[in-house]
Write a new protein. Structure first.
Length: 234
């Protein structure tokens, strides 16, 4: 039986929204996508957590800064509190069960917040140095900057390289990484591009959008989803 992969969604005008690229990435890697609305009645979610074999946290808007003890920065964008709460609940339940998690862009950030880390609400105004362009104007299939991978990390094991190009669509980023997690990739300017758990089988957060690079046959995006689904099958 193919693994069931829950995919989180954005919310717009009371509608759950999800790019079809996430669905294709899961199906092409051998999984069955299960699109997850932002359910706030958490006491009803345990059967869903038990049913799913993996969790894919999709990209989206900004994160409520009060979740990591800060007031809103002037550059903070649109937040969706119900989504924050739902995803944090799902993350914690998956971690308890040591079920695989692949967290993309915003997902990488909410993963870190859920386990006690914090983040920059706006990297361009909060990091006191010249930065790369992290919100590219090029198509999503284009890799706009390099990431430098930590030797021996899970991401290194998956990609088998220490440097490769990724796309970039974010103005927020992780700052302090939670205990039991480590930084597994950074951009050339030092911005955190990937994190992973040191104590779970497969919990990986990526600041870029590998699903957006798949249509051009990007090998690193392919092996990331393939590795995630292979773990979910077991």
């Amino acid at each position: 039986m193919k693994p069931l992969i829950g995919i989180s969604t954005s919310e717009d005008n009371k509608k759950s929204m999800l790019s079809h690229q996430y669905v294709k990435a899961v199906t092409n890697a051998g999984g069955v996508p299960v699109v997850l609305p932002n359910i706030v009645e958490h006491n009803e979610l345990e059967p869903l957590v038990e049913l799913l074999d993996g969790l894919l946290l999709s990209g989206g808007g900004d994160i409520d800064p009060t979740l990591f003890g800060e007031e809103p920065h002037p550059k903070l964008g649109l937040i969706r509190p119900d989504r924050d709460k739902f995803e944090m609940y799902m993350i914690k339940e998956f971690l308890i069960r040591d079920k695989p998690i692949l967290a993309i862009c915003r997902g990488c950030q909410i993963l870190n917040i859920a386990v006690g880390g914090d983040m920059f609400q706006d990297i361009y105004s909060q990091i006191n140095k010249d930065l790369l362009q992290h919100t590219q104007l090029a198509p999503m299939t284009h890799g706009s900057h390099y990431v430098h991978v930590k030797d021996g990390s899970l991401l290194h094991q998956i990609t088998d390289v220490l440097k490769f190009k990724v796309n970039s669509y974010h103005h927020q980023a992780n700052r302090k990484v939670a205990a039991n997690f480590q930084v597994s990739a950074t951009a050339s300017d030092g911005v955190i591009e990937a994190i992973e758990s040191k104590v779970h089988s497969f919990v990986l957060g990526l600041q870029w959008h590998p699903e957006g690079m798949l249509p051009n046959g990007d090998n690193y995006a392919h092996v990331i989803f393939e590795s995630f689904l292979n773990v979910c099958k077991n």
